[in-house]
Design a protein around this ligand. Structure first.
Ligand SMILES: [Mg+2]
Length: 315
């Protein structure tokens, strides 16, 4: 294993940039039937321009910008500010739940958002959308030395819009898995994160990942706007295409894009963990070139952002 500075930074960059790449690829196939293997996965202009990333990455960028300005745990207001800054830009696309929570917040602080998110949870039967899981890739980077902090930050940031326990724990599991992949180059962080949940929740999540593990296609989790099917579809795309070389990143992202329905989000979720495992260097150049999105960032800017917020622990 390589614990050198450059290798860890490559994987931290990979978490952010592969999220953006997968999101932008998936955006061309959103709300369609699954894409058959016979058709290639390519960038397509639809609601978004060619290579433009969507709300998933934009909100991840908002979190990264907050991490650049301060501490994601003790200065959660910075994340709220960045979310509102993005919201002000009149995004082309925004999740129903996120829009309502931001719109109905009484003020611009983290407390205002969590209050609004709690009201949403209390008044909607279906409040467990995938909209907080999609933006988690940046959360681990400032806390590489401390999985507990990753969990706390992931939980708090989900709660700004998605208060449901399933959403919060999905963010905790995925963010810890991303941290683990950046440091140790494997996917064991998922199980380790589940083992750290309260005992009564461990069976619940083990069953969810067992189902994903035994699926023969990520398309089995068709209701992927729901956080549970989104995490199962993303994990299934990763597992079914797992190899011991960086081509896994490409195959996993393509499988996630092929899933149908909320393709950009399932792909963004899968992309974050695949990028954390295989690194920026595993992403094909043809995928890097057209990437752009809010607030006027390109691939090199996402790389810089990753470098700026990654905690410097060179083991
Ligand atoms: Mg999107």
């Amino acid at each position: 294993m390589n614990y050198q500075k450059e290798a860890i930074l490559d994987r931290a960059r990979g978490a952010l940039v592969a999220t953006a790449v997968a999101d932008a690829l998936g955006a061309g196939y959103e709300f369609q039937a699954p894409l058959p293997d016979s058709e290639p996965v390519v960038f397509k202009a639809k609601l978004f321009d060619l290579g433009e990333y969507t709300d998933d990455t934009a909100m991840m960028v908002a979190i990264a910008r907050a991490a650049k300005r301060g501490n994601l745990i003790t200065e959660l207001d910075l994340v709220a500010e960045e979310f509102f800054e993005w919201f002000k830009s009149s995004p082309k696309d925004i999740g129903i739940q996120t829009r309502k929570v931001l719109k109905n917040a009484k003020g611009k602080t983290a407390a205002d958002l969590t209050e609004s998110a709690t009201e949403y949870l209390d008044s909607h039967e279906r409040a467990a959308g995938n909209g907080s899981l999609m933006r988690t890739a940046a959360v681990a980077l400032p806390f590489l030395s401390n999985p507990e902090s990753v969990g706390i930050a992931a939980d708090q940031i989900s709660s700004l819009t998605h208060m449901d326990l399933d959403c919060r724990e999905a963010c905790v599991i995925w963010s810890k898995a991303i941290r683990h992949a950046i440091l140790f180059e494997n996917f064991d962080g998922i199980q380790l994160a589940i083992n750290e949940l309260p005992a009564f929740r461990q069976n619940y999540w083990n069953e969810i990942f067992d189902q994903a593990e035994s699926a023969s296609s990520p398309t089995e989790f068709a209701n992927n706007g729901w956080v549970i099917h989104a995490i199962q579809a993303a994990y299934s795309a990763i597992r079914l295409n797992q190899t011991e070389d960086p081509s896994h990143l490409v195959a996993g992202i393509e499988a996630a894009v092929r899933v149908g329905n909320d393709t950009d989000t399932v792909a963004a979720i899968a992309g974050g963990l695949l990028g954390a495992r295989w690194g920026y260097s595993a992403i094909p150049a043809k995928w890097l070139k057209p990437i752009h999105g809010w607030p006027g960032l390109k691939t090199k800017d996402l790389v810089n952002l990753a470098d700026e917020i990654t905690e410097p622990i060179w083991l």
